[in-house]
Design a protein around this ligand. Structure first.
Ligand SMILES: Cc1ncc(C[n+]2csc(CCOP(=O)(O)OP(=O)(O)O)c2C)c(N)n1
Length: 582
């Protein structure tokens, strides 16, 4: 027995199923799955530049006969939707399993989405584990199901399943030969002449899946009182069991397709049937569509965020749960850029420009928060570049502020590149700032094409961002050290005052790479308590309670020297020069 997170269990399940290849783009809460899989014996794994590419690599490898695991967060499924929908026509060669990991409550996401809708829309079967043992078992079986029904199979998870550790009985790896490839245009070339017959194949498969799901072992009924019956799946199942000890429960292990007849029979066996789910009304609507009457809650459940046993009990007008709820009134700890983060000084300078700033997704999105507050928009990966072009198109009629797009290196590789090509093609202007911190920091420092590090440390090469941008046709391309206030100010001023499209690459490594640390800075007697250094928002800087003078925490300060550049009184000095907090 081992204690595994859902993500670790999914990786183990894929390995036990003999998966040969893993390919993904990182995204919370899915990221660790591929990282764990990549360390297993006898597998190949790689980070792709985005989820669409990951799925396409997966479909190719599957067509060639390999068993493939691909993983992504819910918004990654949007990016990958194009190949996924058509892979549900072509079917597979070797088993193809896709983890879609949702984030109800948006712990680390720009929206909350329920990936169940994708299963239904793309007609891809979806398995919904409720704990790590099921995550392992379902993933292992999903490879067989994928080959049996000739279709990719989704494993659905949420942050609660992916990140909670529960006991797991692991097994051994079943080796599978990579099947020999035989070309078959009618299966793999999805032009209308071949896609039309494949659509018929898909429709027949849907019927087959619908009858299979009526009796498959993944759906379970726990009979208790006949008064209340609950239909649920995934993490919510564990909450329901805890919150409603009297209720009978239909636990869906397969959430698409639904077992219409089995649900009807269950509904007939209880007085009132409720559906409990997070994030959307997918299950409620789907159960209703099976011809089952779904009762309304006495007190409606919240429609956003994660559920908990307490919330479920409240919906039934029951008392407090027997377990302890999280204590209230805990002091908030908003996220902040790390002490010494190279993004900080850049945003400090950017905020002085009074520009319109289209932002993007990464650690640098924190530049939107006080005291930096240097971001007007953040929508999806790559959008900074395309939205800045949109702003330029519309604003030139009403507003003459410069427009600046801000994007990280990994995000630029993910989808910023195609946006930039489109801006160049359409003769767009504006300034694009690429914050190249030499890693994909936000999700845990994964490799990307611009640092050249591969998942299994196989040889690669580092793409030169400036050369790539020049090759796309941008003429004004600059390279700047984001820790140098004067250089950042000059570059931003120059780039935003010309009318042509400018790209500035701000290059300096994330401080968490190799835990970069120089001797800490200290504050000397000459500090006038003006507070300018605190406008950087560095967590290492606070105030002395007695004098209001600045105080630098020597344990947090990594000696980047950004704050010293903003002290007009020369009061922030190196350790050797001495200071108040020695
Ligand atoms: C479509 C999609 N895939 C994945 C993610 C998860 N994610 C958020 S930011 C990010 C990468 C950030 O790396 P980078 O652009 O280099 O910025 P950094 O965090 O290093 O500053 C990822 C993978 C996401 N939000 N959306």
């Amino acid at each position: 027995m081992e204690l595994l997170s859902g993500n670790e269990a999914i990786a183990q399940g894929a390995w036990e199923a003999g998966a040969h290849i893993g390919v993904a783009y990182p995204g919370t809460p899915s990221t660790e799955t591929l990282e764990v899989f990549s360390k297993k014996e006898g597998v190949y794994a790689e980070w792709a530049v985005n989820e669409k590419v990951a799925v396409e690599v997966g479909v190719g490898a599957s067509a060639a006969g390999a068993r493939v695991l691909t993983t992504m967060k819910h918004v990654g499924v949007n990016v990958a939707a194009d190949p996924l929908f058509t892979a549900a026509y072509t079917g597979v060669g070797g088993g193809l399993v896709v983890l879609a990991a949702d984030d109800p409550g948006m712990y680390s996401s720009q929206n909350e989405q329920d990936s169940h809708w994708y299963a239904r829309a793309a007609c891809i079967p979806m398995l919904d584990p409720a704990n790590s043992q099921e995550a392992l078992d379902y993933t292992r079986d999903a490879f067989d199901l994928s080959e049996e029904f000739d279709v990719p199979v989704f494993i659905h998870s949420t942050v609660r399943i992916s990140h909670t550790k529960t006991p797991v009985e692991t097994g051994v790896r079943q080796e599978h030969e990579i099947k020999p490839y035989e070309s078959n245009a009618a299966k793999w070339v999805m032009m209308p002449a071949f896609a039309k017959p494949r659509r018929k194949v898909q429709l027949e498969r849907i019927d087959t899946l619908r009858s299979w799901v009526e009796t498959c072992s993944y759906n379970k009924i726990i009979w208790r009182s006949k008064q209340v019956g609950v239909v649920c799946a995934g993490a919510v199942f564990e909450h329901v069991i805890e919150a409603l000890p009297e209720a009978s429960v239909f636990k869906l292990g397969v959430t698409w397709p639904l077992p219409q007849n089995a649900l009807k029979t269950f509904a007939e066996g209880v007085e009132s049937l409720y559906v409990i789910e997070e994030g959307s009304e997918y299950l409620t609507e789907s159960v209703r569509a099976c011809g089952v009457e779904v009762s309304a809650f006495e007190y409606p459940l919240p429609r956003d965020g994660e559920l908990s046993p307490g919330l479920i009990r409240k919906a039934f007008g029951l008392g407090e749960p027997t377990h302890a709820e999280a204590p209230q009134n805990i002091p908030p700890r908003p996220p902040a850029l790390c002490a010494g983060c190279p993004h900080r000084l850049f945003f400090k300078e950017l905020s002085r420009l009074k520009a319109i700033i289209t932002g993007d997704i990464g650690c640098y999105t924190l530049g939107a928060l006080p005291p930096l507050q240097a971001m007007d928009t953040c929508v999806d990966m790559g959008a900074s570049v395309s939205m800045s072009h949109g702003f330029e198109l519309a604003l030139s009629h009403t507003d003459h502020r410069p427009v600046v797009g801000v994007i990280g290196d990994s995000t630029f590789a993910h989808s910023g590149l195609s946006s930039l090509i489109s801006t160049v093609y359409n003769n767009g202007g504006g300034t694009i700032c690429i914050l190249d911190n030499r890693t994909t920091a936000m999700t845990g420092r994964q490799g990307n094409p611009f640092n050249g590090q591969t998942l299994q440390n196989r040889p690669s090469r580092e793409l030169d961002i400036e050369a790539v941008v020049r090759a796309l046709g941008v003429k004004d391309v600059r390279l700047v050290d984001p820790n140098d206030a004067k250089a950042v100010r000059k570059a931003l001023k120059e780039a935003t005052s010309n009318t042509e499209l400018s790209v500035i690459v701000f290059k300096s490594p994330c401080v968490l790479i190799d835990r970069i640390r120089k001797p800490a800075y200290v504050v000397s007697e000459s500090c006038t308590s003006c507070g300018v250094c605190s406008t950087l928002g560095c967590p290492a800087i606070s105030k002395r309670p007695d004098t209001d003078q600045a105080l630098i925490d020597p344990y947090q300060c990594i000696g980047c020297g950004q704050c010293a550049q903003y002290c007009a009184f020369g009061a922030i000095v190196t350790c050797e020069e001495g200071g108040l907090n020695e």
